[in-house]
Design a protein. Structure first.
Length: 258
């Protein structure tokens, strides 16, 4: 563990990125299905750094990962508790689900002792970009965003470029959808919880009940809050360089069947 106040980024710098794939996901149900596919690739000791703006669907993806790992649910946003452990129900790794939205420095992450469970768990940290990468020598960056005009159709794979963390800027507050203006919204389509919201795994209310825009539409459907998201995966370090083909095949399969 790094000494208090020192960054968790390795002293010799970040491992070179291994761009792998990006895919457009049209609905919350398919975001969960993508999470289940990713879960099949994850093993104890893996760190997933999950980035994206408010309401992008981060918790929805983690719900799918939790379902794929077979852990005890429900998987909900840990914005207020910061980190939550979901024990395995069928012999696989536990899921450590953390939310770094309210953390301002790597030193605050260090205080959580996330590395204490890292070796025997899959650790997924929402809003983790720039804060948690030093917890492991390799990690998987997953960035969710809204597609730009003219982007690829839903389910189409494209080349992956540099990823952004999606961390909020000045004036952005939890529970406001994409940012702080009315377009992001916090009404029925997007829920009303902070960050990505505290909805039940699988969704149970309008907008999937998992916070502002995080779970677009009713569970398994395509309700009024559904709109496409672009998911970009970039591996860093030897673990993901070696698994690059497997990741691409998993995402290719998602593009074919979702």
């Amino acid at each position: 563990m790094a000494p208090p106040g020192q960054p968790l980024i390795p002293a010799d710098g970040e491992p070179a990125p291994c761009p792998q794939a990006e895919i457009s996901i049209p609905t919350a149900a398919r975001m969960r299905a993508l999470g289940r596919r990713l879960a099949a690739l994850l093993r104890p000791g893996d760190l997933v750094v999950l980035n994206g703006p408010l309401g992008a669907g981060k918790t929805t993806l983690v719900q799918g990962i939790g379902d794929g790992l077979g852990v005890r649910g429900p998987v909900t946003s840990p914005t207020f508790v910061i980190a939550r452990i979901h024990p395995a129900l069928r012999g696989g790794p536990a899921l450590v689900h953390a939310d770094a939205y309210r953390l301002g420095s790597p030193a605050e992450v260090d205080d959580l002792d996330l590395d204490a469970d890292l070796d025997r768990s899959v650790t997924v940290v929402e809003w983790g970009g720039g804060l948690v990468e030093g917890l492991a020598p390799s990690w998987l960056d997953v960035t969710i965003s809204w597609p730009s005009p003219g982007a690829a159709a839903a389910g189409q794979l494209t080349a992956a470029g540099p990823a952004a963390t999606g961390r909020p800027g000045p004036g952005d507050e939890p529970g406001t959808g994409r940012g702080s203006g009315p377009a992001g919204g916090s009404g029925p389509a997007g829920g009303s919880g902070p960050g990505d919201g505290p909805g039940q795994a699988g969704g149970s209310g309008p907008g999937d009940g998992s916070g502002p825009g995080d779970g677009p539409g009713p569970a398994g459907g395509s309700g009024p809050g559904d709109e496409p998201r672009v998911v970009r995966l970039t591996g860093r370090g030897g673990r993901w360089a070696a698994a690059a083909e497997s990741v691409h095949l998993a995402i290719s399969g998602a593009a074919e069947v979702l």
